[in-house]
Every structure is written in structure tokens, then in C-alpha cells.
Design a binder for this molecule. Structure first.
Ligand code: SER
Length: 865
């Protein structure tokens, strides 16, 4: 049975049981800082389980693309070495939101496996949570499984949680027995054993709790069911494949690797086979992550992607010297492309990003190796390589620990592993700390009506107050900073790239500026330091800073125009990867494999400004996510959308985006749009910064003043400024070169006199020469000339009439260095404030003033030689 058949049988089975078919959400979790990547089918339903969001259906079915390569569920290091672990997989799942519970969930799973796809009943084992007697009884009495095939396990195996916090509950798992020949042959081998005989295929989670930060579990208002079955594992069972990698989901990639490297998978040595598997898995995860808008980065999910690509690049070296990993993309597209159309659409971007990232990695490996060699040269090999050094190599250069160990071993030393772990822990703590934000203990019925789309001022009542630590208060004294929640609010809370509104809370004519804003559940909370006491129930006025809001609106609508203009110029491969809409400027990050030339940027500016001049009135509509998708409306991966009700902002005939932001009435309000910066952020990822309206006008005025000033200073018409400056720059360089030559000639003429004027102490001729305005290069050149003229101790000092600072150089002829140490001399002249570096037979340095008393120090020192 092919994987495509399994997909449709699964959907058919559950839709026939009244489940709504919900498409997979993006791998980039919507608005959930607790997750790096979507790691389970239930992620997109998290708020539904928590009772924060309602759907029009009480039960759903989906096949969700997932990545487990970081955070709570992380399989990265196992991939390649087992028959079943993957970083990317597709999770088949059925869900109940306050609808059916344990009995139906278990019955559906049993029927699908044994009747629909006809797995042998006797090969299925189950595990239940040790405290969950109800599930045990259902398996035993209703399904009729014999007791020796029901195993009770503890929380480690049979209590599922999405992350450190959030929905969780006991679970029951279905295992497929692949037969004794697969296992460890121990008499204790049973479901839960890691040997691979009992393949865990389906997890049925009974959502009952919401885990808090302190580890306590609060009961959810309604129970739910969340199930998850890996499509790849199920395929390996129905296709009777020895591992997931021998299923039709992976074979096209495996064959591609064979074609590109000449290795043969089936007959390969275990190490080579592991490399095949790593590459086959990692190409799927990196392809899908990039298709969903993720790009390699130094932190967060971008860093996880980077680690996956680097790991792949290392394993690829075991198979070929050629950097072939990016060429596996077409293998991944062969099976995933027909299911997820965004992947083939972004093929070129994915390949470009993989090529650039792998090339960068091999440069880093080279740099890392050099760094390590230098470290050995400087520190010797007596002690192990320090944890800090190992961590820098690992973190900054992506240098794998194992490779460092090999290099250290070659030198006869090792790596301080404990120190390395300590640095790793430190970094983990730092990133954990970043994620933790103070939560206000907002009561579920405290909600704020947002009125800011239509008004910028609201008279309303304080409905709740909280301390900065998040505890509810009935009143606060003056000057005590706090969070204020009101019944209505015109304040826009940062979202969709648009930053928080600025504004004031006004009570009894006292204006208290907003210090921060946030959404907590359905409440909008404003941070203020009140100048008068505040009490729940107080009547207050909330006033938005109109100027800031207007400029922000200009930039927000301009961002939409920019996105559509980019698609017009570069094609549909353009994907937004981030944005910032502030009153002063807008910033738009997007991925695109093509270069952005000046002509491209001009074209983008022209299109946006044309749309501004057309003064098109915007339309705002609310609809379901599905209808918006059907209309081809652009959505941004990082945003959380309510599938039942999304807001669509349209510039008719040109742009339509899902967006909760504030916008101008008609495009003409924006005035003018000007791009001020285009940069490359990382492989295939670009950033545009632009200004609009008043800010654009200010920019033109500034540029106008500069041009005028230059035109007067260079006495040329404005149109000639660039070639004239360019010409003068070349002339200046030539003149400087000629000047340097003449100065050198002058020095050469003075040289014999300086050599002749030398004093001699203990056979060593010496002279101190003071000159003006020599560059450090000239100083070195001069002292070398003098040394070539006569062996001795030569000190040349360069002063600068404009500042007291001096620079100097000291040279001692090689023939004296065995008896006189320049390092010792450097120590002595330090008391005069002369800093410097001693290298070979030369000291070069500076001081903040011309040193007095240098001559006696030099002479004393010479006398001691
Ligand atoms: N959320 C559970 C899991 O990921 C079941 O879907 O295993």
C-alpha cells in the first residue's frame, strides 16, 4: 500500500465519522513563543483545548507536518542510527474538543488499524498510563485485548505534554510487534523497550490539564482527545519495510543519493547507511522548514535549521567530496511536492539557501580548524582545550564536538568536556530566561473590546489592575507602576509587525503616558506609573498618540503595497520572513533566491508610488480563513489566525493580505514611498528598509541640502558631482603616493647624517631622532633604512603639531640582540608612558606626550649590556 493511499484512507475514515478535515498548519508555529517548530498535530488546536478559542466543529482530522529537532521533543541526535527516528515527519491525527473521549478514541484507532488497513490484531500491543484504569478497562472489556498485551507504564511514557507548559494529559499508545527477530531478545522486552521490536505507532492523548510554569496541573474546562500517528512509521509497517527509510516516502531520496555518490544503500556498511539516513531525513526537514519561511540564523528556530544543515553537510562528506546535499531537494519534492504545493513553488530558494549555508559551513570548518591549531600553538597541549574555547568553536563556527575531539586527540590532548557542558547550560539558561515573560493572572471573564480601528480616544472603565509581578489588585497608589485593564481600549497591541501604539491614560485631567502594552488572553493591559491613585471601576480616558498612529498607518499600508510590488518584480517565490512597522520607517524581510539590483529596487519603488498616486480606497472584510485562502489572500507564517474569522485588508486590484493592523483610508494618504536600504541578511534572505510621507520628505530635503552643499564646495553642477568626486579621489590617491615617495627620498638623504651623529655605548651606536607627522608605515620604513645603513640602536619618534600624541619605533640590529633584550627596554620605557609591542628586533608603539628622560634610560640600559 502506497503512502498516498494511507493518507486518503485516514482522511476518509475520520471524515465519515463526522470529523472536519483541517489542513496542516505551517511548521512555523503561529504566535507561540514556547515552541521552536510545530511538533505535533495538536499545536494548531492548542488554544481550542485551553478553551481560549472556539471552532465551528467539535472534532477534526489532519495530517500535520512536524519537526522535532530542538526544545522538549528533540530527536536530532538519534536520526540515522535507529530505524524510526526522524527530525521531520507527518503526524496523522484525530481530535475531539469537548466531544468524544476515551472510549470512542480507542475504538476509532482500533477500527482504523484492524479493519480499514487490516493490520493483524494479534500484533498490536497497547500501553496505558498506570493510574488510568478507565483506559485499561476499555481495551480489556470493550476492545477485548488480552491482559498480557496491555502494559501499564509511568508518566515518562504515558503522560503527554506539548512543552513545559500548556495542555497535557495521560495517554494510551498502540505498538506494532515486528517480531522477536527485530528485538533485543531479552525476556523483559515489551512495549516501552527501546530495541525497536515494538514500534510505537499511535499515541492517543486524553487532554485533561493545563500545566503551569510551577509544574502544577489545572483541570481544563472541557476534556479533549489529541491523537498522533507517524505516517512514516505506519508506512514502514504496511509496506513491511525494515525502517522508515525503505518506504516510498524516502526511497526517491535514497536513490538520488546513490546516483550522486555511487554508494549502494542496501549493501553499505553501517556507517555509510547511517549517512544515507541522516541525509534523507535532513533534506526533508530543511526543505520543508525553508518552504515555510524559516532561514538559517544564529538563534531560535533558524539556529535549529542551521544545525540540521550542518549535520547533513558533515554526513555528506562521508559519501562524497562534492557538496551534493542541496541537490537532494528534488528527491524530497518528489513525495512531498504533490501534498504541499509551497515546496515546489519555492524550489530555487530552497536550493540557494542550502548551497550558501553549506558553503559557509565548510569555510567555518576551515576557520575553526585554524583557530584550534593556533590555540594549540599558544597554549601548548599540556592541558585539555578549555570549555570556553570548545564552546566558541561549537557555537560560532558550528564545529561539532566529535570533530574537535578527533583534532585534540591527534595533538595528544583532549577537550574539557565538563567546561563545555557548563557553557552549554549557561546558554540554555540565557535563552530560557529570554522566553519567560511575566503573565498577569487574568480572570477568564476579563476582556477588553478593541475600538482602535475606528477611534483614537475612548472613555471607559478600569476593569482590572495588576502589580508588575502579575497579581490582581483592587487599587494602586500614585507612583506605583502597574498594569491597567479597561473595558474598551483604542490602543493597538503589537502584532503583525506593527508596533504598540503610544498614548496616555487620563484620569481627572492627569495624563499618564503608556509605558508598555500587552494582550493577555482577551484583555488589553497598559503599563503605567500613575500620578494619581487608580481603583477598579474608575472612569478614565484612553488617548492614542495620533501623529504616531498616522505615521504607523502609512507605513503599514505601504508594507502591503511593497509586498505585492516585490511579487510583481521577483515572482511568487517571494515570501515575507519578518516585518516591522513603526512610525519612523518600515522594515520588510523576505526570502528570494534572486539578486536585488538597483533596477529591481527602482521598479519596486515605481510600482508602490504608482499605487499611492492612484489613491485607491482600502477595503476591510472579515471572513473565514478558508475563504480567504480560496481568494488567494497572502498570509504570514508567524501570525496566529482564527480560522473562523480573519480580517482581510485589500487594496482592490493590487493587494490582499490577512492583517489585524491599522491602515490608511486610501493609498494616497501615504504620500510617497522611498526605499533607503537593501541588505542581505543571510542566504536568500533580504531586508528592505523604507520611509513614507513626512519622513520621506525629510529624507529628500536632507539629500537636497547635501547635494547643494557638495555642488558649491566642488564648484560643479549637481549632475556632475559624482564623476568629479570620483576623479578627485583618484587624484588624491596619486598625490598621496607621490608625496610618500618624496618624503622617503628626503629621509634617505638625511640617513647618513643620523648614522654619523650616533653616540656609541658599549660598542653599540645609538641615536634618537625626532621627526614630524610620519605614519606608522613610514616610521617602520625609516628605521629599516637607517638599520640597513649602519647597525645600531635606532629610535625614531614622530610628533604631531596638532596633538601631543607621539608614535615611535625602536630597532636594534640583529648582531646585538643576543646580549641586549628589547623586551627589557620596553619594560623600562613604560615608566615614561611609552606603550608598545615588541616583535623580533623592533618595538613599535605610542605615548600621549613626548617622553622626557628617554635618553638617560636608553643610555643606562646600554651601559648594562
Ligand atoms: N500530541 C501527541 C503526540 O505528539 C498525540 O498527537 O504524540
Amino acid at each position: 500500500m502506497k503512502s498516498t493511499q494511507l493518507r486518503s484512507m485516514f482522511f476518509n475514515f475520520f471524515t465519515e465519522q463526522g470529523h472536519a478535515l483541517v489542513p496542516s498548519s505551517s511548521l512555523i508555529p503561529a504566535d507561540d513563543p514556547t515552541l521552536l517548530f510545530t511538533n505535533a498535530g495538536m499545536n494548531q488546536f492548542k488554544d481550542v483545548f485551553l478553551g481560549k478559542e472556539k471552532r465551528s466543529y467539535p472534532r477534526a482530522v489532519s495530517i500535520q507536518r512536524c519537526i522535532r529537532a530542538g526544545g522538549k521533543h528533540n530527536d536530532l541526535d538519534n536520526v540515522g542510527f535507529t530505524a524510526r527516528h526522524l527530525t521531520f515527519f507527518e503526524m496523522m491525527g484525530n481530535f475531539s474538543f469537548g466531544d468524544y473521549f476515551k472510549e470512542s478514541a480507542i475504538t476509532y484507532a482500533w477500527e482504523f488499524l484492524t479493519k480499514t488497513i487490516e493490520l493483524e490484531r494479534d500484533k498490536i500491543f497497547v500501553s496505558v498510563f498506570e493510574k488510568d484504569q478507565e483506559s485499561y478497562d476499555i481495551w480489556r472489556r470493550i476492545i477485548g485485548i488480552s491482559p498480557e498485551r496491555i502494559i501499564r507504564l509511568g508518566a515518562k511514557d504515558n503522560f503527554w505534554q506539548m512543552g513545559d507548559t500548556g495542555p497535557c494529559g495521560p495517554c494510551t499508545e498502540l505498538y506494532y510487534d515486528r517480531g522477536a527477530s527485530w528485538g533485543c531478545q531479552q525476556s523483559s522486552c515489551a512495549p516501552g523497550c527501546d530495541c525497536g521490536r515494538f514500534l510505537e505507532i499511535w499515541n492517543l492523548v486524553f487532554m485533561q490539564y493545563n500545566r503551569q510554569k510551577d509544574g502544577t496541573d489545572l483541570l481544563l474546562a472541557q476534556t479533549g482527545v489529541d491523537t498522533g500517528m507517524g505516517l512514516e512509521r505506519l508506512c514502514s509497517v504496511v509496506q513491511n519495510a525494515p525502517s522508515v527509510y525503505e518506504t516510498d516516502l524516502f526511497l526517491p531520496i535514497i536513490h538520488r543519493i546513490e546516483d550522486l555518490t555511487g554508494h549502494h544503500y542496501i549493501t553499505a556498511e553501517p556507517q555509510i547507511k547511517a549517512a544515507f539516513r541522516v541525509l534523507a531525513d535532513h533534506i526533508r526537514s530543511s526543505t520543508c522548514a525553508i518552504a515555510d519561511g524559516c532561514t538559517p540564523a544564529a538563534d531560535g528556530r533558524g539556529y535549529v535549521l542551521r544545525k540540521i544543515i550542518r549535520r547533513a553537510a558533515l554526513f555528506a562528506q562521508k559519501l562524497s567530496f562534492e557538496p551534493f546535499f542541496p541537490h537532494l531537494v528534488d528527491g524530497a519534492i518528489e513525495t512531498l511536492g504533490p501534498v504541499y504545493q509551497e515546496i515546489p513553488e519555492r524550489r530555487q530558494t530552497i536550493i540557494t539557501i542550502l548551497e550558501q549555508e553549506t558553503a559557509q559551513f565548510s569555510r567555518n570548518l576551515m576557520r575553526g580548524t585554524n583557530l584550534l591549531e593556533r590555540y594549540f600553538a599558544e597554549h601548548g597541549i599540556a592541558a585539555p582545550v578549555s570549555g570556553t574555547m570548545a564552546f566558541t568553536l561549537y557555537d560560532t563556527y558550528g564545529f561539532p564536538l566529535e570533530l574537535m575531539q578527533v583534532l585534540a586527540h591527534e595533538q595528544g590532548t583532549s577537550i574539557d568536556q565538563k567546561g563545555f557542558e557548563k557553557e552549554m547550560d549557561r546558554q540554555r539558561n540565557v535563552s530560557k530566561h529570554h522566553q519567560e515573560a511575566i503573565q498577569l493572572a487574568v480572570n477568564a471573564n476579563v476582556a477588553t473590546e478593541f475600538t482602535g480601528y475606528d477611534s483614537v480616544e475612548e472613555e471607559t472603565t478600569i476593569s482590572a489592575l495588576y502589580s508588575l509581578e502579575g497579581t490582581p489588585l483592587s487599587s494602586v497608589k500614585a507612583h506605583e507602576s502597574c498594569w491597567v485593564v479597561t473595558v474598551k481600549s483604542p490602543f493597538y497591541v503589537a502584532g503583525g509587525g506593527q508596533i504598540n501604539d503610544e498614548g496616555w491614560i487620563i484620569k481627572n485631567d492627569c495624563m499618564m503616558p503608556l509605558e508598555d502594552l500587552k494582550k493577555q488572553g482577551s484583555a488589553i493591559a497598559c503599563k503605567v506609573t500613575p500620578v494619581v491613585a487608580l481603583t477598579c471601576g474608575d472612569l478614565v480616558t484612553l488617548r492614542v498618540n495620533r501623529v504616531q498612529r498616522l505615521h504607523t498607518m502609512n507605513n503599514h499600508t505601504a508594507t502591503h503595497l511593497l509586498q505585492s510590488a516585490l511579487v510583481k518584480v521577483f515572482g511568487t517565490e517571494v515570501r515575507q520572513s519578518g516585518s516591522l512597522v513603526s512610525p519612523d520607517y518600515l522594515r520588510f524581510d523576505f526570502s528570494c533566491s534572486q539578486q536585488a539590483t538597483e533596477a529591481h529596487i527602482d521598479a519596486v519603488e515605481n510600482i508602490v508610488n504608482e499605487k499611492i498616486r492612484e489613491n485607491i480606497p482600502l477595503t476591510i472584510r472579515w471572513m473565514t480563513l478558508q475563504s480567504a485562502r480560496d481568494e488567494g489572500v497572502i498570509a504570514f507564517f508567524g501570525e496566529k489566525y482564527n480560522p473562523e474569522r480573519v480580517r482581510v485588508v485589500t487594496v482592490p486590484g493590487f493587494s490582499a493580505e490577512l492583517c489585524g493592523g491599522t491602515h490608511v483610508r486610501a493609498t494616497g494618504d501615504i504620500g510617497i514611498f522611498k526605499i533607503i536600504e537593501v541588505t542581505a541578511l543571510s542566504a536568500g534572505n533580504r531586508r528592505i528598509v523604507a520611509v513614507t510621507g513626512q519622513k520621506a520628505l525629510e529624507l529628500f530635503q536632507r539629500l537636497g541640502h547635501i547635494t547643494k552643499h557638495l555642488s558649491i564646495a566642488f564648484k560643479v553642477p549637481e549632475s556632475d558631482i559624482v564623476p568629479v568626486i570620483e576623479k578627485q579621489r583618484v587624484q588624491l590617491k596619486e598625490t598621496q603616493h607621490e608625496l610618500a615617495l618624496s618624503r622617503k627620498q628626503v629621509l634617505q638623504q638625511l640617513m647618513p647624517q643620523w648614522a654619523q651623529d650616533a653616540q656609541i655605548i658599549r660598542d653599540i651606536p645609538y641615536n634618537i631622532i625626532v621627526l614630524e607627522k610620519l605614519s606608522s608605515e613610514e616610521l617602520r620604513g625609516a628605521v629599516e633604512l637607517l638599520a640597513a645603513h649602519r647597525a645600531g640602536l635606532w629610535i625614531i619618534i614622530s610628533t604631531d603639531p596638532q596633538s601631543a600624541h607621539i608614535s615611535y619605533v625602536i630597532n636594534l640590529a640583529h648582531q646585538y640582540t643576543h646580549r641586549a633584550s628589547l623586551k627589557e627596554l620596553l619594560e623600562k620605557i613604560k615608566v615614561l608612558g611609552m606603550r608598545g609591542n615588541c616583535k623580533n628586533n623592533m618595538i613599535q608603539g605610542g605615548a600621549s606626550a613626548l617622553p622626557e628622560g628617554l635618553q638617560p634610560i636608553i643610555e643606562d640600559w646600554l651601559k648594562q649590556q
